[in-house]
Design a protein around this ligand. Structure first.
Ligand code: GLV
Length: 329
């Protein structure tokens, strides 16, 4: 058997490269500060048996059609809405992701954003650095209490559950909205109650979006939904930008329909510098850092390498999201 060939769309950490060594030949895009240009991607996938890619690559039907030999598309992320899974399945290409390893790290980040937004940490930091700090002000930079407030989780999967579990330490009653109810035992452990989306939005002090982006969840949080939220409420989006209608969110923040927003994700990434939301002080905007701890990113890359090796050596990759692709070969 000839050595399988793969294409990697970013430099990977050493631990991940060790998984590949001796098993595959690879070519790679060699910059981490810039995504592989579309033209390069289209050219590079033509003769490879597998691809390791990131959320920055649009793996649509055009790319997939070019990748005629490809058996596996291994994504270094849990979400894979950038990949046309149906097109891959039709061509017998298995798509894989990296579930589980990033759950706790991403839940930590949801909380970092939630706390930073509620307590105006970023605004305060900028103020300290600016030299405008003249005195301790009684009502200066006052925010919203987190302890004891109601936490609303939209999407109670692995990450949503981990976010809810942290809420226990803050004595927060938890409401959640999910396609299906979680186990009664888990509900009890978390002190969580399943509710409709409207009720969640009306009753929560903090609404955290942690569901997958699908055709059903695109713009799930729009003008009507934001209008249901409390004027003191904070919206946190740790999932995917298009789940929230960004234009409607801007209006809701300007009109003080809601109090603040913490957004790790955006409808267009990187966020264009003229994005109106960036002008608002009550918005916290890390650049899609949910899973960005050193250990977790190394684990994700290693897991993606393992999925890819399995896929190009005739095994079923452990994290296949479309096993049915195998029937199309
Ligand atoms: C990151 O956004 C992921 O889906 O893992």
């Amino acid at each position: 058997m000839t050595t399988p060939r793969i294409y990697i769309t970013r430099p990977l950490p050493e631990a991940a490269m060790r998984v590949l060594e001796g098993t595959v030949e690879y070519r790679a895009w060699d910059r981490d500060d810039e995504a592989v240009p579309r033209e390069t991607l289209l050219r590079e996938v033509v003769d490879v048996d597998g691809i390791i890619c990131m959320i920055t690559e649009k793996m649509d039907a055009e790319v997939i059609d070019r990748a005629r030999r490809c058996r596996v598309i291994s994504q270094v992320a849990v979400g894979y809405d950038n990949i046309d899974v149906a097109a891959a399945t039709r061509r017998g290409i298995v798509v894989t992701n990296t579930p589980g390893v990033l759950t706790e790290t991403t839940a930590d980040m949801a909380w970092a954003i939630l706390l930073a937004t509620a307590r105006r940490v970023v605004e305060g930091d900028k103020f300290t650095r600016s030299g405008r700090w003249k005195t301790w002000e009684l009502m200066g930079f006052t925010g919203q209490d987190v302890y004891g407030a109601t936490l609303g989780i939209v999407g109670m999967g692995r990450i949503g559950t981990a976010i809810a579990r942290r809420g226990k330490g803050f004595a927060m009653p938890v409401l959640y909205h999910n396609r299906r109810r979680v186990d009664a035992a888990l509900e009890q452990e978390l002190g969580a109650r399943a509710v409709g989306l409207d009720e969640l939005l009306r009753e929560s002090d903090f609404v955290v979006v942690s569901c997958a982006l699908t055709p059903e969840t695109r713009h799930l949080i729009g003008e009507r939904e934001l209008g249901l939220m409390r004027p003191t409420a904070v919206l946190v989006n740790i999932a995917r930008g298009p789940i929230v209608d960004q234009r409607a969110l801007y209006r809701a923040l300007v009109d003080r329909k809601i109090w603040a927003a913490g957004l790790d994700v955006f409808e267009t990434e990187p966020v264009p510098t003229d994005e109106p939301l960036l002008r608002l002080d009550n918005v916290v905007v890390p650049p899609h850092l949910g899973s960005a701890s050193i250990k977790t990113r190394i684990r994700m890359a290693t897991m993606a390498a393992e999925n890819c090796v399995a896929g190009v050596t005739g095994k079923v990759p452990p994290n296949a999201v479309n096993r049915e692709a195998l029937e199309h070969r």
